[in-house]
Design a binder for this molecule. Structure first.
Ligand code: NDP
Length: 434
């Protein structure tokens, strides 16, 4: 806290993890040595750099960009790039810290990192986005490599941006190795990568409900966000018999009282992915009601999947969800629930999964993309989906092993934090202090 007083998101993430770890360290003093925790809360390397580019009117623009290389204890740094005006060092440090534990949970050999810029792609032409991505890579390329640091997408960075960055990386390095994941299928991308985070979140929900002997069929589901994670979480929830009542964006919530069907979800995907429009453009018609400035959490439902951004679900929202009978909350986004909201869920014995467990399917499939690239092979859709399913099941198993309460229920926060920590800590202890 004294070192980083201006980094509230980072401190929030550290606080959540250390709250789980203290009791564990008391029981396992072998992990309370060699400055493990002190080393783990300090990124191995933080890069900050200027990105200058020229907009469509010939005007020079300057943005700030970062790459936080948090931990390489178990493999190359790995984590997405985020383009959003709110991006700052605190947010990227929290994301890189979380990513380290999440990647460890996948059981694949990936360290943790995150990066991004305060560049806002909204309203920018394709040409401007391309020039920005290329300008960013002019600096970032020297810090990346298939065995060094392998970024991917995140908020504001989808297939288009990854394509521009991966292309520039290849040009500058004269190497075609796997330096980005989330690539297009035409140049080394993996089938199922776009779907993986959203699908994986719903696979995790299935595991939680199954373990607690509860049903998914017919459950009402609230999804926030309408980007990559939200779209596929909604689609899989629908496929498994859930009734998806909401999607949202930074302008408000789109409420479908009879639920979104596949056509309605496809319409949202076209609006968001191709036209880069606002949900407000779809409401109100006979299927939807648009609620400007509202988040979805006041709508009664059994399952809530926050899939937009950090701290989008606060204590009051959590109380409303609990009062309305929510059974399961699984995070598709990173740290969407505030610490106070998480407390409310835990006290009410809601099945609550933190993002580092429930949204790990995306990076796991990125790990599978790295494997396919190294093998110079492309696996079929069903093969990747099967592996994703198996990984989500394993992550659930790790959470149960490390998070089981005396009454047989599972504290998924403790389970995920301890399981991720043990893997990274074992690797750090084996490699000595440096
Ligand atoms: P996208 O950019 O595709 O979508 C983000 C969505 O969240 C959009 O609907 C956006 O609304 C909304 N949103 C963004 N910022 C805010 C805000 N400040 N307030 C309200 N709504 C907001 O990103 P992704 O779907 O890829 O990522 C969503 C979350 O999932 C993030 O937390 C990300 O870190 C996490 N995640 C993503 C993974 C992936 O594979 N993509 C993997 C693991 C986690 P609008 O359209 O108005 O901007």
């Amino acid at each position: 806290q004294q070192r980083d007083p201006q980094q509230p998101e980072f401190l929030q993430a550290v606080q959540e993890v250390t709250a789980s770890l203290w009791p564990f360290l008391e029981r396992h003093p072998e992990y309370a040595r060699e400055g493990l925790l002190e080393r783990l809360v300090e990124p191995e390397r933080v890069l900050q750099f200027r990105v200058s580019w020229v907009d469509d009117h010939g005007q020079v623009r300057v943005n700030r960009a970062w790459r936080v290389q948090h931990s390489s204890a178990i493999g190359p740094f790995k984590g997405g790039m985020r383009f959003h005006p709110s991006v700052n060092l605190s947010i990227l440090k929290f994301l890189a810290f979380e990513q380290t534990f999440k990647n460890a949970l996948t059981t694949l050999p990936m360290g943790g990192g995150k990066g991004g810029s305060d560049f806002d792609p909204k309203g920018r032409s394709d040409g401007e986005v391309m020039r920005f991505c290329q300008a960013l890579m002019l600096e970032l390329y020297r810090h990346l490599g298939p065995d060094t640091d392998v970024p991917a997408g995140d908020i504001g960075v989808g297939a288009r941006e990854v394509g521009y960055m991966a292309g520039m990386m290849k040009k500058l390095s004269n190497q075609a190795g796997c330096v980005f994941t989330g690539k297009g299928l035409a140049y080394g991308g993996s089938l199922m990568r776009p779907e993986a985070t959203g699908y994986g979140t719903v696979y995790f929900v299935e595991q939680m409900l199954h373990h607690a002997r509860r049903e998914t069929q017919g459950a009402r589901v609230l999804v926030s966000g309408s980007g990559n994670v939200a779209q596929y979480a909604a689609l899989k929830a629908l496929e498994l018999g859930g009734r998806v009542l909401t999607l949202s964006d930074s302008g408000g919530t789109l409420y479908a009282k009879d639920g979104f069907d596949e056509d309605a979800l496809a319409e949202v995907a076209t609006l968001k992915n191709e036209r880069r429009g606002r949900l407000a453009e779809l409401g109100d018609d006979r299927r939807f009601e648009y609620l400007p400035g509202r988040r979805p959490w006041h709508v009664p439902a059994e399952i809530a999947l926050p899939c937009a951004t950090q701290n989008e679900l606060d204590e009051d929202d959590a109380r409303t969800l609990v009062d309305n009978g929510v059974v399961c909350v699984a995070e598709g986004a990173n740290m969407p629930s505030t610490l106070e909201a998480v407390d409310v869920f835990q006290h009410a014995h809601v099945l609550y999964a933190p993002g580092k467990a429930s949204n790990a399917g995306g990076v796991a499939t990125s790990g599978l993309e790295m494997s396919q690239n190294a093998l110079r092979l492309s696996w079929h859709h069903a093969e990747v989906d099967e592996r994703l399913h198996a990984i989500m099941k394993d992550i659930h198993g790790h959470c149960v092993r490390h998070g089981k309460r005396t009454d047989g229920s599972v504290n998924y926060v403790d389970g995920a934090n301890i399981a991720g920590f043990v893997k990274v800590a074992d690797a750090m202890l084996a490699q000595g202090v440096y």
